[in-house]
Design a protein around this ligand. Sequence first.
Ligand code: MUC
Ligand code: MG
Length: 367
Amino acid sequence: MKIVAIEAIPFAVPYRKPLRFASGEVHTADHVLVRVHAEDGVVGTAEAPPRPYTYGETQASIRAVIDTVFAPELVGLSVFDREKIHAVLDRTIANPAAKAALDMAIWDVMGRRLGMPVTELLGGWTDRMRVSHMVGFAPDDVMVAEAQRMRDEHGITTFKVKVGRHPVSLDTRACRALREALGPEVELYVDGNRGWSTAEAARALDEMADLGLTLSEELIPADQVLGRRWLTGRTSIPTVADESATRPGEVTRELLDGAATMVSIKTARTGFTSSQRVLHLCEGLGAEVVMGNQIDGQLGTACSVAFGAAHRHTSTRAGELSNFLDMADDLLVEPLRIADGELRVPTGPGIGVEVDPDKLAHYRTDS
Ligand code: MUC
Ligand code: MG
């Protein structure tokens, strides 16, 4: 089943409200739709979200690296030449979202060709995941109202709260307001996107010690090598490595350094193939994982839930699968729905979703 062509199509869908966090903010889903065309007219699709403040990729760079570096090498290979495909991708450093979208679109082709859902090919553990919602920076009452709306409308009871602002009290107050409004039953955890110093992070964790936080993610920069080890050692809250651990080597370093005790897996940056490598590495090292969100649209979220539900250890915790709800529209024929706090894996072959050609024509920005 040879790859015959690859398209990288830029599109832009506005957000109803922006998502703000310590390293940036998102107003528009200015992603790249990647389509891998194979023999017999089989087409696989995935999306690449550029996150310049995290990985340096832009919409233009994702298109360029796919069109000029990867596509010429991949066309002509079979989608089942998996090691050869990854040798091509690995030869170029960085560009994680571009590589991940190519990998997932190729898996979509494999699934469609075999008439099987990708989630079953990956592991087939369960058919759904509990959902965690990411709450971005806003005044306390707005953050509380958003979490309450997610609980009331979608049954979501796990929230990741963005922190990393200055002064630290802005965030510790917001977390306290969320705990007081939502009660002891909801799960709350925090993600600093490297916004604080070691001392600020330590103070914040002390101030929030009575809030029952379950995880703390990327509170300080990865280069604070000793600071991270010290911080992780002094808190009883598991420390999640996210953007500091995007490749197996980085995952190993963060965990063996004592800089983190858990790892966030994001299909938007490691696709299905490398996400599985990271997962199996974590299993080997005895580290828990959480399915993270790179502010994915519905296609990206379908990929996350397909991967997360496929494995026992990625489906144990709630996955971050809901921020597409903030988008004004999306590309899929059949929108994803979160109900009773859960998202089911789409059931069709491949990733299991179809892009609506009219919506793509409306939102693409290259024509
Ligand atoms: C997260 O978990 O950090 C923010 C930036 C990014 O790349 O992902 C998000 C969410
Ligand atoms: Mg994070």
